[in-house]
Design a binder for this molecule. Structure first.
Ligand SMILES: [Zn+2]
Ligand SMILES: [Zn+2]
Length: 241
């Protein structure tokens, strides 16, 4: 049994962005709302692109048409855990009055999603390093808003700053766990890519895009399209296409 140390290191870097996002909220550092919105739009472009251009096709290469049902399963899993069992979750800063139970439910749903974030990076490296790096980039970008979202939810529910930071840290731990288990657990290695395709598609198209699709002006759509375009360029540079 060999463990891909490179994959684990990149998974840990992505995981740390959850903590950085949480720390930004807890320390009340003045991030600009505009910058955060643009980052959400840009990372949406990356997530949708990695799902459709790389994760789904690689999954189909490995499992044939059977991969499609796993992709759908991954997509539905996020809806179930983040938006059905958990009554309230969205990216960006929490601006609503929420209860403690709602914040804990959101954390549990998000733990499962971040676990798959780790699975995605590790199973990408399993196929080839360039794919692992592309998946890492796409995941890394949405991890700041992700950490920020969960710790601002905890603060909005009346939790202490320590607990709010710990919630962001827990997302990071789940990410690393996803990466590690992918190395040791053969089914995750094998079905990780199509599963991650469905999850990344949901996060990009159904979590991140709705955050800005109702907003006026060209700035956010340009960030979104630029995210897609830069992803396509990045994979060309890495020789993935
Ligand atoms: Zn809210
Ligand atoms: Zn995520």
């Amino acid at each position: 049994m060999r463990v891909d140390l490179t994959a684990i290191v990149y998974t840990a870097i992505a995981a740390s962005a959850n903590l950085i996002g949480a720390a930004a909220v807890v320390s009340r550092s003045r991030w600009s709302v505009r910058a955060l919105e643009n980052m959400v739009a840009f990372s949406a472009g990356f997530m949708v692109s990695v799902a459709l251009l790389d994760l789904a096709p690689e999954g189909i290469k490995m499992h044939g048409e059977k991969a499609a049902i796993i992709i759908l399963g991954g997509y539905l899993l996020v809806h179930l855990t983040q938006h059905t069992l958990a009554p309230h979750f969205h990216f960006g800063e929490e601006v609503h009055q929420i209860s403690r139970a709602v914040s804990v439910a959101a954390l549990i749903g998000l733990l499962l999603h971040t676990f798959v974030d780790g699975v995605a990076i590790a199973s990408g490296f399993e196929v080839r390093e360039s794919l692992g790096l592309l998946v890492f980039l796409a995941i890394l970008l949405h991890k700041l808003p992700e950490g920020l979202a969960i710790s601002s939810m905890f603060l909005a529910a009346g939790a202490s700053r320590g607990r709010a930071l710990a919630a962001g840290g827990a997302l990071g731990v789940a990410t690393i766990l996803g990466g590690l288990l992918t190395e040791y657990f053969a089914p995750l290695r094998s079905y990780g890519l199509p599963l991650a395709a469905g999850v990344a598609l949901y996060v990009g198209a159904s979590n991140l895009v709705p955050e800005f699709q109702g907003k006026k002006g060209w700035g956010l759509p340009v960030s979104f399209f630029a995210g897609c375009a830069l992803y396509v360029m990045a994979r060309k540079l890495m020789g993935a296409s």
